[in-house]
Every structure is written in structure tokens, then in C-alpha cells.
Design a protein around this ligand. Structure first.
Ligand code: ATP
Ligand code: MG
Length: 348
């Protein structure tokens, strides 16, 4: 007895689609149904572009394979799908008569891990550059302020003294900005910490500042304690929640949610167990033109904002060997913090 071809296809781990010359899908195996999170009857007969939103990239690859009359591989493609979100895959295109076979190999986890590790290295470099710059600005600033103060005592005209006052005040403002840019220069003071105490403390501070914001709690109270610097974590939660409250103009909902996360990628490695904190708001969302840059210093879309709150928050989480990320759309913005559990953080 021989095994029917369709049975073989359905047992392959690789996801396979066949398309005809009009880019209409004519066959699909079980693995592809699983990848696209759609059943066969929702896939067959549809055009490729209906299922994979950036299909022009795939079309070009199909044409390349056809022109060469040989298999063609595209590596590390990022493909958006309405049904299964973003996929990271390697795709092999093989022309067969007028048809083309598409084989998808997900490379999700490894690619994400590499991306995160690269991003973190880049951020570290940027932060050091900024620290050096802040130091360079602070040094002459002291001299400038001192000279203005001396001048003030020498000047008799109140009009002229007003000018020196402006110099001193502006020097102080710049100095405090530089101090925030430099961040805390002590290593975190670790102690067994209950994450819910941290959140409750931040909650009461935010509540006092923004009385019309309602803060909901969705806590997994069975979470273990972690070795952490509670003061720095409070600062992190405050910076994120304050942004949320400001974005909602002082009215709306914030949710603090905690849970255990399993098998997640943090700082370029797989972690078995992590503590996950989500801070969710119902505000307008982060403007799309800055969402990829909001953790960089001096990126701000807020009147009077210095663009340091999230840089400091990220620094605090990285000091705990954790990760911080954001997803945002109008009406729902989620900041997700992951702190590794079970291993004592190796703090440099
Ligand atoms: N929850 C949020 N909803 C909408 N926009 C947000 C949210 N969180 C951050 N942002 C945007 O990201 C920008 C950067 O935030 P960040 O806290 O780093 O700086 P800032 O709030 O502008 O200034 P600072 O916190 O230093 O006073 C904000 O200016 C705002 O435009
Ligand atoms: Mg802020």
C-alpha cells in the first residue's frame, strides 16, 4: 500500500501553499492552516494578497522563481496576516508548471531574540554617548552659573540683575535635565520584593496626582517575591502610569495586571519563568510616528515633556535584567514588563 500524497503533505511540519498563475491558492496542508490560523475552506480559492497583506513581496519572489525556472528562497521575511498577526518566516518558492509551491518555515523565536539583543546593544551605546555628553555640558554649566552669581552681587541696576537671574535659572533647569539624563549612578539595591507592594505604592501616588483616573488591579496574588530594587521599580511604574494619565488628560482607566510568563525571550536569551506586569490604558494611543522611538531619550510628543520618563523606566528594568515593550492602538496601550524569575539576576 502506498500513502496518498495529500496525507503525506498534511503530516509535514513545513507549511505549504500552492498557487496558480493568478496567485489564487489551490492547495494547502495542515501545517499552513495552523500557521495562518484558518481552515482549508477559508484558504482555498482566495487570492494570496487576501491572506498575506504584504503579498507584493511574495509576488516578486514567485516571478523570480518562474523566470529562473528554479527554486528561490527568501530569508527572514516579515509577513503580516489578518488572521495570524505578523509571521517571521523563510519562504521557498518552487515553480511547477503554471503553479508555484510556497513553503513557509517559521523562524519566529530566534529572530526576535536576535532583534532584541541588537536593539539592547544599540541602546546601551546610545545611553553611554548621552551620559558623556551630559557630563560635558554639566561641567561648564557650573562655571557659567558661578560667574552669573558673582556678576549679580556686583551689579547695582535691578534691570541688569534680572538678566543674571535668568542665566542662573536657565542654568539650573539645564542642570536638572542633565541630571535626569545621567540617571541614577548607583547599582540597584536588591532585596526580596513583593511586586504588588510596588504597584500599590505607585497606584496611591498616581491616584493622589490624578484624582479622576480609575486604576484597576488584576493581580495574580500567588506570584513569588523577586530580588529587586523596590524604589527603582516604583519609579518605573510611576513614569509609565503618569504618561498614561497625561495622555488621557487626567480622565480614564489604567489597569495594573500581573501574571507568570513562561518561556519568554529576555535580553537575547530564553527564560523559563518571568514575572509579567502589564500597565494598560484606555487613552488615545502612542502617535505612530514616534512609537518605535519612545524609549530613546528626548523623544516626546507632550507639551512640556522632556522625553526622559521612558528612557529612565527602560534603564531601571534593564538594571534588573528584564525587558520592557509596548503595543499601542487608539483606546488601548499596553506596556509590558518582564522580570526573570528563578535565577538570581546578575547585576553589573
Ligand atoms: N500611554 C501613553 N499613551 C500615549 N502616548 C504615550 C504614552 N506613553 C508615552 N507616550 C508618548 O511617548 C512620549 C515619551 O514619553 P516619556 O515619558 O519618555 O517622555 P515625556 O512624558 O514626554 O517627558 P517626561 O516623562 O520626561 O516628563 C510622550 O511624550 C508621549 O507622546
Ligand atoms: Mg513621561
Amino acid at each position: 500500500m502506498t500513502l496518498p500524497a495529500h496525507k503525506v503533505l498534511d503530516h509535514l511540519a513545513t507549511s505549504i501553499l500552492a498557487i496558480n498563475a493568478d496567485f489564487v491558492i489551490t492547495s494547502v496542508n495542515s501545517s499552513a492552516e495552523h500557521l495562518l490560523r484558518l481552515s482549508k475552506r477559508h484558504i482555498i480559492g482566495r487570492e494570496l494578497s487576501e491572506l498575506l497583506t504584504n503579498a507584493s513581496l511574495l509576488r516578486d519572489a514567485v516571478l523570480t522563481a518562474k523566470n529562473r525556472n528554479a527554486s528561490h528562497i527568501e530569508h527572514e521575511l516579515q509577513i503580516d496576516t489578518p488572521s495570524a498577526g505578523t509571521l517571521y518566516v523563510n519562504v521557498t518558492f518552487t515553480p511547477i508548471d503554471t503553479y508555484t509551491l510556497l513553503e513557509f518555515q517559521p523562524i519566529d523565536t530566534q529572530l526576535r531574540i536576535n532583534r532584541e539583543a541588537n536593539m539592547r546593544a544599540q541602546q546601551q551605546t546610545n545611553r553611554e554617548l548621552l551620559r558623556n555628553l551630559a557630563h560635558e555640558i554639566k561641567n561648564p554649566l557650573g562655571g557659567l552659573r558661578g560667574a552669573a552669581q558673582l556678576l549679580m552681587t556686583e551689579l547695582e541696576s535691578t534691570g541688569l540683575r534680572e538678566y543674571t537671574r535668568v542665566i542662573i535659572e536657565e542654568a539650573d533647569r539645564l542642570r536638572s535635565l542633565m541630571d535626569r539624563l545621567l540617571g541614577p549612578n548607583r547599582p540597584p539595591k536588591l532585596a526580596p520584593t513583593n511586586i504588588h507592594r510596588v504597584l500599590e505604592r505607585a497606584r496611591s501616588l498616581i491616584q493622589a496626582e490624578f484624582t479622576a483616573i480609575s486604576i484597576r488591579r488584576d493581580y495574580d496574588t500567588s506570584l513569588p517575591e523577586i530580588d529587586a530594587d523596590a524604589e527603582r521599580l516604583i519609579q518605573v511604574v510611576l513614569n509609565i502610569s503618569r504618561n498614561a494619565a497625561q495622555a488621557m488628560q487626567g480622565k480614564g482607566n489604567i489597569t495594573f495586571r500581573t501574571q507568570i510568563a513562561r518561556r519568554v525571550a529576555i535580553a537575547g536569551r530564553q527564560v523559563k519563568l518571568a514575572l509579567q506586569v502589564d500597565i494598560i490604558d484606555t487613552g488615545p494611543g502612542i502617535p505612530p510616528d514616534i512609537i518605535n522611538d519612545i524609549f530613546y531619550p528626548l523623544v516626546s510628543h507632550r507639551e512640556g515633556g522632556s522625553g526622559l520618563g521612558l528612557t529612565i523606566a527602560q534603564g531601571g528594568i534593564h538594571a534588573h535584567q528584564g525587558s520592557i515593550d509596548v503595543e499601542s492602538q487608539p483606546g488601548r496601550t499596553i506596556f509590558t514588563i518582564l522580570l526573570p524569575l528563578n535565577e538570581s539576576p546578575n547585576l553589573s
